[in-house]
Design a protein around this ligand. Sequence first.
Ligand code: AMP
Length: 423
Amino acid sequence: MSIKIQNVKGTKDILPANSQLWLETESIIHNFMSLHGYKLIRTPIFEKTELFNRTIGEDTDIVTKEMYTWTDVDGTSLTLRPELTASVVRSFVQNNLQAKSPLHRLYYIDSSFRRERPQKGRQRQFTQYGIEALGSIHPEQDVEVILIAYRIYEMLGVKDLEVHVNSIGSKDSRTNYVNALRDYLMPYKNDLSEISQNRLHSNALRILDSKSDKDKKVLENAPKIFDFLTKEDVKNFNKIQSLLTELDIPFISDSNLVRGLDYYNGMTFEIVSSSIGAQSALCGGGRYDKLVEYLGGKPTPAVGFAAGLERLMLILNDSMSEANNMIDIYIISMDDKSISSSLKIADKIRNTHGIKVVCETLRRSMKAQLREANKLNAQFVIIIGEEEIAAGEVIIKNMEDSSQINAPIDSVENYFGVDYEYK
Ligand code: AMP
């Protein structure tokens, strides 16, 4: 008896109709990172649970309810990574990278896993790309990180981009601010949403992130983090803003922007686009100067961002061009015997020019093969049959203008040049 098994809720297959776009976008990201001097790092898909519990924060949504965690046979608690920063820093420390250079520019493209409620742009397995710049405490480094995040979207033509930037200061200014925020909110406790009421004690800063109108109203007159920053924090933040202006990166200074994860300090930023609906956050990041030390490394300031690839794909999908799915040549075999000759011709053309050539292997009728060539958007078809083989010639047909010529079978590859045009 057969059994039909479905994929796991919140996961998605990337099917051939889409995979080309994925490959191209990933390749753009790889090139873009390399252009800025960033090097790829790959870490394992799972880590000891403690790594995430201790770095992301015990009272965050990720740690309390979204991680895929299990106990291994030896009793170790393991977790599928819900994000990559903790893993990258773990690896940085473990492999003693800081001893090799004062500055490391690292990037990744990999899967992350969170047991969230799936919806458009939100999955349980999703792909993140991001960078971690480890070593510089200076605002130029913050700006380089924001610049890379922003320019990728700009280059890919993403519309309605908004860059939100904030500074949540050093740990001490943050502690003072959280106390002041809590004191302010306490009298309004019953006016807050249930989730914010729960956060009042465990993670009051997160209330600023709330999307609830009730909470927004209460927050209107709340103390602002900016008033709690040290002089040095303010100086840094001002420098970041002036550099962004010089680089023509439009931004909104947004005092309510706090990042959900515990390890951030100083600059935080987020890039959103209203063109992807409710899950409008494309990318988020900021500084995390204490994390390396916290994970046992030498004190190393760091700044980075993480961006969701699926959300970017939602936008690019809409603008995907036909060209992505084009092949150069389809070889039509008029009879079964000539298929073997078509395999040889295809092999020769691909090896000579590195262009996309597809042969018939289903032994279909000529009409069906022509239909297939059209479906694949072939620019040319080569037609071969017993008669052609006997005459030592094939027919090359230009699918755009329907013109055709005969070409010698032994040197058909010479009829295609670098521009994919036959002579
Ligand atoms: P975060 O670490 O939560 O700031 O996530 C960074 C980026 O990853 C977000 O801005 C999203 O683009 C993406 N992202 C986070 N969670 C998900 C998810 N469940 N599904 C798809 N993308 C996500």
